[in-house]
Design a protein around this ligand. Structure first.
Ligand code: MG
Length: 168
């Protein structure tokens, strides 16, 4: 029987989407319209050649976090419906707990996820049990003030292959 791995030190891990979990050809991902196709395993292309591409290691990372019992979610400033369609076509929507795709401040989106975790899963999460990763320094400082650990993608986190190691 497989040995059960030790739980991660964060119960909830929340990612920004554009320029964090994936790169966008131009502007915001919610501008990409169907029909979609996968040009490579990680690059989704929509109309007019606009695309999003997952950063290396994202699929494996989501799998590992979920296997180790953490809840993984998103706080992304985008319109919900078109963005959800991209996540679904990309095949990662089911790896995410109640992703927040809206125009609210990131800390409000995280609070919403925590409320939903309590309501739907009976799990209580305190701010210091949350890890947040985003490519915008303003979002990082706001979430730090709120009480979570927040890491700047591109500076504190350089790759998702490396992230799992610093969480152990
Ligand atoms: Mg971003």
């Amino acid at each position: 029987m497989a040995k059960k791995q030790a739980p991660l030190k964060y119960k909830l891990i929340v990612f920004d989407l554009d320029e964090t979990l994936w790169t966008v050809s131009d502007g915001l991902c919610n501008l990409i319209e169907p029909p979609f196709r996968m040009a490579t395993p990680d690059r989704l292309v929509g109309q007019r050649g606009l695309w999003v591409e997952l950063q290396p290691g994202v699929r494996d990372m989501l799998k590992v976090f979920n296997e180790r019992g953490a809840f993984v979610s998103l706080a992304s400033r985008n319109d919900a419906e078109p963005t959800k369609k991209l996540l679904e076509f990309m095949g990662i929507l089911d790896d995410l707990f109640e992703p927040q795709l809206c125009w609210k401040p990131k800390e409000e989106s995280i609070e919403k996820i925590i409320k939903l975790l309590k309501k739907k899963e009976g799990v209580s999460v305190k701010p210091d049990e949350v890890l947040f990763i985003d490519d915008w320094p303003e979002n990082i400082s706001a979430v730090r003030r709120w009480g979570a650990t927040a890491l700047l993608y591109g500076q504190d986190v350089l790759s998702f292959e490396g992230l799992i190691k610093i969480l152990d």
